[in-house]
Write a protein that binds this ligand. Structure first.
Ligand code: DX5
Ligand code: ZN
Length: 230
């Protein structure tokens, strides 16, 4: 029997109550979250603003979880280092905004953190093929980025499967947008192993328990249909 794929659950603080952020983070950490997903928005690449380095710095002081930092911004090369200095453990940039993706991958790797590349729903898988072997994380958006609480886009499943087939066992295939107890099995079956969930976790009565529930659902799906990625 093939070994089980390792699954990671990454709550997105975008849907947390920022007035009591430390408590919200403590709850998901106690519930077994593997990463904390931080959605940085600049009001240009996406039509919304979220938070910047001061908030990341504060969060870093309150948790041991790796800060999985999703830059939905137009100039990731300029801001990668400030976010790493603030405590980011990975930097994921959007392929749609970069002209020289290999150079940006080298820049981020040189900062000593994991490197991720994200694709919008409208971006085909082959947009990242030339750097896919050089990144640690491929993040497939399953909604149009900008807002939490949107509906999962079924049509992104095929892209997840295409990318899963090209990744090695130590690379992470992350999915982000509309993932909840109903949709999680589908993305795991398609090949995802790192699951972002914002409103499903922080919108629930018990965010810590919801992390555990998502993990069990992911493990069940991973157990039923394995090893596209071994
Ligand atoms: C969307 C963000 C997501 C968002 C997910 O632009 O990248 O990380 O917080 O939220 P849910 O899980 O509510 O779709
Ligand atoms: Zn995100």
């Amino acid at each position: 029997m093939m070994p089980k794929r390792e699954m990671r659950i990454a709550p997105s603080v975008l849907s947390a109550d920022f007035g009591r952020l430390a408590d919200e983070i403590a709850a998901v950490e106690a519930g077994g979250a593997d990463l904390l997903h931080l959605d940085v928005m600049d009001g240009h690449f996406v039509p919304n603003l979220s938070f910047g380095t001061p908030v990341v710095e504060s969060i870093a002081r309150h948790t041991d979880l790796m800060l999985d930092t999703h830059l939905m911004i137009e100039n990731p090369a300029k801001y990668a280092k400030p976010f790493v200095d603030a405590g980011a453990g990975s930097i994921t940039f959007h392929i749609e905004v970069v002209e020289d993706a290999p150079a940006l991958v080298r820049l981020i790797r040189g900062l000593g953190v994991k490197v991720g590349v994200a694709l919008n729903p409208g971006t085909p898988a082959d947009a990242v093929f030339d750097i896919i072997n050089d990144v640690d994380i491929v993040l497939v958006m399953t909604v149009w980025p900008g807002f939490g609480g949107q509906r999962f886009m079924e049509e992104c499943l095929e892209k997840i499967a295409i990318i899963a087939a090209r990744l090695g066992p130590s690379q992470w295939l992350e999915v982000d947008g509309g993932i909840n107890a109903e949709t999680i099995a589908r993305v795991v079956d398609a090949g995802a192993d790192t699951i972002v969930a914002g409103s499903a976790v922080f919108g629930s009565d018990d965010p810590g328990a919801m992390v555990g529930r998502l993990r069990r659902l992911a493990a069940g799906a991973a157990g039923s249909k394995l090893e596209q990625r071994a």
